[in-house]
Design a protein around this ligand. Structure first.
Ligand SMILES: [Zn+2]
Length: 74
């Protein structure tokens, strides 16, 4: 394992307002600094990410519930 992998694997903590190292549990990830749940992207990055997705999707797409199911299950 390369130490750099650890630093690449970060998520955004709304409480700390920065990308942080996190602890992975079965369903959620938690900030190692404050212990609160972290998200994959900051809000701005998330918006950009979704805009990017929308543009790439064909017209007529509807909101999908698959994201609830599609996650890795234990
Ligand atoms: Zn935090």
């Amino acid at each position: 394992m390369h130490p750099s992998d650890f630093y690449n694997d970060r998520k955004f903590c709304e409480h700390c307002q920065t990308y942080v190292s996190y602890l992975q549990s079965t369903e959620h990830s938690f900030c190692v600094q404050c212990g609160r749940p972290v998200r994959l992207f900051s809000e701005a990055d998330w918006t950009a990410f979704n805009d990017n997705l929308k543009e790439r999707r064909p017209k007529g797409g509807r909101p999908s519930r698959a994201r609830e199911r599609g996650r890795e299950s234990a």
